[in-house]
Design a protein around this ligand. Structure first.
Ligand SMILES: Cc1cc2nc3c(=O)[nH]c(=O)nc-3n(C[C@H](O)[C@H](O)[C@H](O)COP(=O)(O)OP(=O)(O)OC[C@H]3O[C@@H](n4cnc5c(N)ncnc54)[C@H](O)[C@@H]3O)c2cc1C
Length: 374
């Protein structure tokens, strides 16, 4: 029998594992974090870094709005490398037909205490002069932000390390058993093991309903002031919700460097990481349709990443019934940067037996199996 090395072993040092490590260490637990590659290098390094209240479902809105509040509290202590920018979000209504959706979204957000204001066509043109004329309006959500995800993951890990956690990079977990992990460096034991291996989590825990959902991003050269908000089309949510084989939605982010990050696509393409020029061109056409001036700017890099997607678009957070001592924090699809802090707080509350800040039931990792039985 191997010796117990920690109170908790976290498998995966992406932003979700890093946040879990920070929360468990803040509770006084001795934490060991294992990553087969390096911290913040998985999907976290491929993401956009939009910290966004999102309302595909009530549980999603509860988790994203709670997480955004936690990010705001944390922003005071984040190092400059995290590039946290409280730029807010503009959800664009292309035509008058979408204006009722702006009002519905505003009302839903108000129900969760999220400030948001409807902006008319003239107001929108003033806020973002590079948008094409003729757009009907927008919903402005001033409390949303953007940050640089790999640096944020590092900062969360630093906070855990400062409380005595140990980070071991380049250590591959090959199997997770009851209160034990088998790794490329031998077996380690702990009463709590957290599977936070992102899109790869299902390879370690059979039965987790997570599949990779590929996304492309393009980044431009530096054009400071070209846009000031994260700008997203209202139709983005539909594109994220429907598990079609392929979808594209307009989403542009101003970076602290003056660069523009242009997204985004969704594709079920297995683990094929190659850039798909046809999808990039669809994505850019969509972006230019909203911001015509983009056509004259230089793009300097394009990449892909794999969102860890679940069938009901909600992450898996909590105790896994199948293996003694195993907890799951994975399956965050396109919102894992945002929801990492809420996830970690929820997980730490459940591990400690405290009453959690939001209803944990919609995130129960066993829900798919339970639904199948029912
Ligand atoms: C194009 C794109 C845009 C996005 N934009 C946003 C956005 O604007 N806002 C937002 O909130 N989210 C966004 N996301 C989603 C977000 O990036 C992810 O939800 C989030 O990064 C998932 O984090 P994670 O820690 O679960 O996974 P990862 O970052 O993938 O971390 C998992 C870690 O586990 C390690 N690992 C895997 N298997 C093993 C093993 N066997 N042993 C040891 N270690 C292992 C990996 O090396 C990795 O470091 C976007 C994603 C994409 C692809």
């Amino acid at each position: 029998m191997n010796a117990v090395v920690a109170d908790a072993i976290v498998v995966g040092a992406g932003i979700v594992g890093a946040a879990c490590a920070a929360a468990l260490a803040a509770d006084g637990m001795r934490v060991m974090v294992l990553d087969s590659a390096f911290a913040g290098g998985g999907t976290t390094a491929a993401g956009m870094g939009h910290l966004v209240a999102m309302d595909d479902s009530e549980p999603q809105l509860a988790l994203t709005s709670w997480s955004n509040r936690l990010w705001q509290e944390r922003s005071r202590t984040l190092p400059p490398a995290c590039e946290m920018d409280p730029c807010g979000t503009l959800w664009i209504a292309e035509d008058e037909g979408q204006i009722p959706a702006v009002e519905e979204k505003r009302a839903r957000y108000a129900g969760h205490g999220i400030a948001a204001e409807a902006v008319d066509a003239a107001g929108l043109a003033k806020l973002e002069p590079n948008l094409r004329p003729g757009l009907a309006g927008a919903l402005r959500v001033p409390g949303d932000s953007v940050l640089y995800p790999p640096a944020a993951a590092r900062a969360l890990l630093e906070s855990a390390l400062g409380r005595g956690a140990e980070l071991r990079e380049g250590v591959e977990v090959r199997a997770i058993g009851p209160k034990e992990v088998e790794t490329s460096e031998g077996a380690f034991r702990a009463p709590v093991v957290v599977n936070a291996a992102g899109a790869r989590a299902a390879a370690l825990t059979a039965g987790l309903p997570i599949v990779p959902r590929k996304g492309h991003l393009v980044i431009t050269d530096r054009y400071p002031g070209f846009c000031r908000h994260q700008i997203v089309e209202l139709g983005y949510l539909a594109s994220a919700h429907t598990m079609t084989s392929e979808s594209v939605a307009f989403n542009v982010q101003p970076r602290a460097t003056g660069q523009l990050l242009i997204g985004s696509s969704r594709e079920l393409a297995g683990w094929d990481a190659a850039v798909n020029p046809r999808i990039v061109s669809r994505m850019l056409d969509r972006a230019v349709a909203f911001l015509p001036g983009l056509a004259g700017l230089s793009a300097i890099r394009t990449w892909t990443g794999f969102r860890p997607a679940t069938p009901d678009k909600l992450p898996l957070i909590g105790r896994w019934n199948g293996v003694d001592g195993l907890w799951v924090a994975a399956g965050h699809e396109g919102l894992g940067i945002t929801t990492s802090l809420g996830t970690a707080r929820l997980l730490a509350d459940l591990v400690a037996g405290r009453s959690p800040g939001i209803d944990p039931r919609p995130f129960d990792p066993n829900r798919a199996a339970a639904a199948a039985v029912a």
